[in-house]
Ligand binder design. Structure first.
Ligand code: AHR
Length: 353
């Protein structure tokens, strides 16, 4: 009986080592839901924000949980590093590749290389230009939705809509008696889907043409007077806000920051310029990271629109389904809420990031 078990075990190990993809298999059991351990290459953008760190932690923890051999590469905000990493994953014949595109354009060639190599890809958090993440026409090779298998992440345009809706509903109550509210905007990384979506969504809700950096909404009550990128970092958020305060400090009523980190950086710039963040200037961020909750509880930030970075479990589950040839959604959308000073303290203890 013992001999038979030993032979069966040896056969299992040998077949696992040679099973599909030929990726360098590490020892230590099989992936949950599979009959072998799978290898995933993951190209992450970098570590520009509190959100990004939470996203990386989520992916790494979920890979452990699913017993997936994760090859993780940090692109340090450079698309060329991402392209290089993905080419390395192809050469290594990993089973599946997941990646977060730093910007929307420039993915066609590499994704077609993945397709030619028979390696499925999952887009995580940010999407690529031209993709609506709905069922693509299988015969149209030029439809970007055919270049990857699944997208897992938020609706960035809706986040921009939600930020504008919160502003329309709350700013007149917080700053009564004004006929026009003047808005400064800190954009995210230029050309990223997180930036283009939030930029467009915010304007769509206000009735400002999506191509205009500045302009007045259709009801005449809200006017974007300044809009510049802070590249999603705290340091640049502060730096750009300092410039805004120098040029238009007395006029600004609202700051819309495409992420919380830039909003938190801006708080300091506003204080240094002698105005009170959260009171003189209403601050709306996106992400709902712990830092934003602390600022909302302290009264220096007013609202944060949630964008969940806890994508790891869905990425691993989707990868296993794809490799098992099970159907998957083209777009696995995240479930999210909006937070402000009215609920921040109650919700804070349960926040995971
Ligand atoms: O792509 C998601 C965005 O990227 C997050 O809102 C931001 O914090 C991050 O850096």
């Amino acid at each position: 009986m013992k001999k038979l078990l030993a032979v069966l075990l040896a056969l299992t190990v040998v077949s696992a080592a040679f099973a599909g993809g030929g990726g360098q298999q590490s020892s230590g059991g099989v992936t949950k839901g599979m009959d072998r351990k799978i290898v995933m290459g993951y190209s992450q953008i970098g570590a520009e924000s509190e959100w990004r760190t939470a996203c990386t932690n989520s992916v790494q923890a979920a890979a452990k949980e699913w017993n997936i051999d994760l090859r993780f590469s940090d692109a340090q905000q450079k698309q060329e590093n991402q392209l290089q990493a993905i080419r390395t994953f192809i050469r290594q014949k990993v089973d599946i590749i997941a990646f977060t595109p730093v910007v929307e354009t420039g993915w066609e060639a590499i994704l077609k290389e993945c397709l030619d190599a028979g390696i499925p890809t999952i887009c995580v958090d940010r999407s690529i230009q031209g993709s609506d993440r709905k069922a693509p026409n299988p015969n149209d090779k030029n439809d970007p939705d055919n270049w990857f298998t699944a997208f897992i992440g938020s609706d960035m345009e809706q986040e921009g809509n939600r930020a504008a809706k919160w502003m329309i509903a709350n700013v007149p109550k917080l700053l009564p008696g004004k006929s026009v509210y003047k808005i400064a905007e800190l954009q995210g990384t230029v050309g990223s889907s997180a930036m283009t979506g939030r930029f467009k969504g915010f304007r769509d809700t206000l009735g400002i043409p999506a191509a205009s950096a500045t302009g007045t909404g259709s009801d005449g009550k809200f006017q974007i007077i300044l809009s510049q990128t802070g590249d999603f970092t705290r340091a640049q958020g502060k730096q750009v806000m300092e410039a805004f305060m120098k040029s238009n400090g007395k006029e600004i009523d609202v700051l819309f920051a495409h992420n919380d980190d830039m909003g938190i950086g801006a708080i300091q710039a506003i204080q240094e310029a002698g105005r009170v963040p959260g009171k003189d200037i209403i601050i709306i961020g996106i992400d709902a990271v712990k830092g934003a909750f602390e600022a909302m509880i302290a009264g220096t930030m007013n609202a944060s629109i949630e964008c969940s970075p806890l994508l790891g479990p869905q990425v691993m589950e989707t990868a296993v389904k794809i490799l098992n040839k099970q159907p998957v959604e083209k777009w696995v959308v995240s479930n999210e809420s909006d937070f402000d000073q009215t609920n921040a303290a109650a919700v804070f203890p349960s926040r995971q990031y």
